[in-house]
Design a protein around this ligand. Structure first.
Ligand code: ADP
Ligand code: MG
Length: 248
């Protein structure tokens, strides 16, 4: 109904680990079908932000609203069921299985979770779905190779295909280009741009230059605190951001 209402709202979220404050009173909202980057130096709280927003752990204080509904404290599978997906970490890839089997398993595991209102999909349907996803991320040619034989960039693309299996509304990607060659990075950026045309994508990235050309909006975290948000031009011109990144 309200196309402009935020899909995700984070309100005054604080996350502590013991006495350490990893996120401090962060408030930020995200609109539908946009590509937003969260940037900040190492230790800024970017991954913690994703962990809170994907339901991996609850905030110590504050609230998370998804499509207008307060989902604070919901179990992780509850977040997944609502359509929030975090790109799989490499450890979730079964190295000895083929790329195709990995995506099929991801589709099946997710479907099983949805079983309450949806019967388990048939094997051919899951394979068809897996093939479409592999095509999407540019892995159709290598779908029968064991995941362990894929190049690093291809393994990261495989994680994304797995995250896309349940067709999430909101896709969270934590440093998808980490460890990639410049060429692999270019391919990944192109993929992210296309994914953001059809769903909401939030990208965590510490390479500021890289996301400047890709995202219309950036959010900067520093020492667990919200530092700035704005267009690439606004962020480039932001005094405090410059200080954080350039030390001037
Ligand atoms: P970023 O992703 O921006 O590099 P993180 O969110 O991973 O930063 O970490 C922010 C801070 O919170 C770091 O100092 C880190 O050591 C701490 N931290 C993150 N997760 C935990 C945890 N599970 N237990 C204790 N400290 C943590
Ligand atoms: Mg991180």
């Amino acid at each position: 109904p309200d196309g402009d209402a935020p899909i995700l709202e984070v309100r005054h979220v604080t996350r502590r680990f013991g006495r350490f404050v990893a996120l401090n009173d962060v408030s930020v909202a995200f609109r539908r079908r946009r590509l937003t980057a969260i940037i900040g130096p190492n230790g800024a709280g970017k991954s913690t932000f994703f962990n809170v927003v994907s339901g991996a752990f609850p905030p110590s204080e504050g609230a998370i609203l998804f499509e207008g509904r307060d989902i604070t404290g919901l179990a992780p599978h509850g977040f997944a069921r609502l359509g929030i997906a975090k790109s799989f970490q490499i450890t979730n890839v079964f190295k000895q299985l083929s790329a195709r089997e990995n995506v099929r398993v991801a589709a099946q595991m997710r479907r099983t979770r949805f079983q309450l209102w949806r019967p388990r999909a048939a094997y051919p349907e899951l394979l068809e779905q897996a093939d479409a996803l592999l095509e999407r991320v540019g892995l159709a040619d290598v779908r029968d190779k064991p995941a362990s034989d894929l190049a690093h960039g291809q393994q990261r693309a495989l994680e994304i295909a797995m995250a896309l299996a349940p067709d999430p509304t909101l896709l969270l990607m934590d440093e998808p280009t980490a460890g990639m060659s410049p060429q692999e990075t270019g391919v990944m950026m192109g993929l992210i741009e296309r994914l953001a045309e059809e769903r909401t994508v939030i990208l965590v990235e510490h390479k500021m230059k890289l996301v400047m050309g890709l995202c219309e909006r950036l959010i900067v975290l520093h020492h667990g605190e919200f530092l700035a948000e704005g267009t690439p031009d606004e962020i480039r011109a932001h005094d405090e951001v410059r200080r954080v990144y350039l030390g001037t």
